[in-house]
Design a protein around this ligand. Structure first.
Ligand SMILES: Nc1ncnc2c1ncn2[C@@H]1O[C@H](COP(=O)(O)OP(=O)(O)O)[C@@H](O)[C@H]1O
Ligand SMILES: O=P(O)(O)OC[C@H](O)CO
Length: 501
């Protein structure tokens, strides 16, 4: 009899909610996606409506099943992967958020971070959490909500309020308030979790005034956490069996199971992760030490370089500057010119992440002349994704002592062939694009499928296929000259917002 069961992956990203059905061969059977509202209340602030996140995510889940004529009973398990760090606080009794979700890109807590640094906590936080003090992570966002929503801290202390990253929020809603959990990968992005003892850290909780009672239980990335409530999915109690932050899920989806293996994801931001095995590796170059996954009673660690603005810069060209109607058109326009004509775009719209960690850097365009056309700016914006990736890869090779032979890529923007070729050129190593570029969702599906015995690890390890390999064609001198220009441009954007009024 034909096997008609599937794994359903929820990929709750920064700009859209996606639901993907994977068949037993690990192929995409059907996909549904919906963008949702980005809320920018003030410069540097970014919020999402948690109810819209839940609404779009449950909506696309229903849609993907309907579209494929698959019943909820045919779903063997659900795997969840999510934009990380984004912070929701809600009422335990009603499930109602007390404030919008504060998104990972949000910079409003920069001053709290400055204070932590001034008070000398940088080394201790880095040692315990593997992170650099930055507004990026959840801890200061929770503090901000507790400080600014009336009565919130008292209510949190009484156990009336719950915190969750988006995985936790989705599981809470899928189980109708029965399960309050997260996994190691998401916990490791809060700046509250000790990645060595694998527990919330009381000293950090005290420092930020966050009651332990509001934190979720931390579990592995592949196990049954609970089941969907029958009202959520047409009468079915589907096991929720995998959770991982989206970048870690992509590392798993690209089957980077061995130490030294690296992937780079080009979505809203760009995130490069290297599997470093069972020992956390500290980074003198400003990379993060983070948890890759918890599986089979063991934790695997990773080094990560996070770039805040990548595909989001292409969205800015589309929506802010109205240069084209669809992100994919960027390739067409960029290919109309030979090169950028000396233009560099530094998309530091939300400060700069690794390896610079400057919350006050802001975006800029350099090298404009009377001859500059919009095509040059589009091309330079695309190239900025590749330059930011080179910044990270250089740091990663330095810190790990491993020289990369090729780079595995995924995410929405890897559809852009011009970008991929430039990436190979500027790195001087081949870039490999897999057949399934939805590695994030695939990773979540794998984690869920492993937990319920749908796949074995051996089956998964054999499943990745390279669709196209981009070989470097640029000569070393041009590469070095172009990269020097980028470094000069970055330098000039740093500290911009700090020096202003
Ligand atoms: N052909 C393309 N060229 C360049 N950028 C693209 C292209 N297609 C999509 N993008 C960019 O990729 C991002 C979407 O990728 P995705 O992996 O879906 O992101 P996320 O998971 O962060 O929402 C958007 O920011 C979009 O601007
Ligand atoms: O939504 P994405 O895919 O850009 O990922 C966001 C990251 O998880 C933020 O750390």
């Amino acid at each position: 009899m034909e096997d008609k069961t599937f794994i359903l992956a929820f990929d709750q990203g920064t700009t859209s909610s996606r639901a993907i059905l994977f068949d037993r061969a690990g192929r995409i059977h059907s996909i549904a996606q919906k963008e949702f509202t980005q809320i920018y209340p003030k410069p540097g602030w970014v919020e999402h409506d948690p109810m819209e996140i839940w609404g779009t995510q449950s909506g696309v889940a229903r849609e993907v099943l309907e579209k494929a004529a698959v019943s909820p009973q045919q779903v063997a398990a659900i795997g969840i992967t999510n934009q990380r760090e984004t912070t929701v606080v809600w009422e335990r009794a009603t499930g109602k958020p007390i404030y919008n979700a504060i998104v990972w890109q949000d910079r409003r807590t920069a001053d709290i971070c400055d204070q932590l640094k001034a008070d000398g906590y940088a080394d201790a936080i880095r040692e315990k959490t593997g992170l650099v003090i930055d507004a990026y992570f959840s801890g200061t966002k929770i503090k901000w909500i507790l400080d600014h929503v009336e009565g919130a801290r008292d209510r949190a202390e009484r156990g009336e309020l719950l915190f969750g990253t988006i995985d936790t929020w989705l599981v809470w809603n899928l189980t109708r308030g029965k399960v309050h959990v997260t996994d190691y990968t998401n916990a490791s992005r809060t700046m509250l979790f000790n990645i060595h003892t694998l527990d919330w850290d009381d000293e950090l909780l005290h420092l930020l005034g966050i009651p332990r009672a509001m934190l979720p239980e931390v579990r592995s990335s592949s196990e049954v956490y609970g089941h969907t409530d029958e009202h959520t999915f047409g009468g079915a109690n589907i096991p929720i069996a995998g959770i991982a932050g989206d970048q870690q899920a992509a590392l798993f989806g690209q089957t980077c199971f061995e130490p030294g293996m690296v992937k780079n994801t080009y979505g809203t931001g760009c995130f490069m992760l290297m599997n470093t095995g069972e020992k956390p590796v500290a980074s003198p170059s400003g990379l993060l030490t983070t948890i890759a996954w918890g599986l089979d009673g063991k934790v695997t660690y990773a080094l990560e370089g996070s770039v805040f603005i990548a595909g989001a810069a292409i969205q800015w060209l589309r929506d802010g500057l109205r240069f084209f109607d669809a992100a994919a058109d960027s390739e067409y326009f960029a290919s109309k010119v030979e090169d950028t004509g000396g233009v560099y775009v530094v998309p530091a719209f939300a400060g700069l992440g690794a390896p610079y960690w400057d919350m006050y850097a802001r975006g800029a365009i350099f090298g404009l002349t009377r001859g500059t056309r919009k095509e040059h700016i589009i091309r330079a914006t695309l190239e900025s994704l590749a330059y930011q990736t080179k910044d990270i890869l250089d740091a990663m090779q330095r810190d790990s002592g491993i020289e990369l032979k090729s780079l595995r890529v995924d995410g929405g923007a890897v559809a852009n062939n011009l970008l991929m070729q430039f990436q190979a050129d500027i790195l001087g190593v081949p870039v490999e694009r897999p057949r399934i570029t939805e590695s994030t969702a695939l990773g979540a599906a794998y984690l869920a499928g492993l937990a319920v015995g749908f796949w074995s690890k051996e089956e998964i390890a054999q499943s990745v296929e390279v669709e196209r390999r981009f070989e470097p064609q640029m000569d070393a001198e041009t590469r070095a000259r172009l990269y020097r220009g980028w470094q000069r441009a970055v330098e000039r954007t740093m500290g911009w917002a700090e020096e202003g009024d």
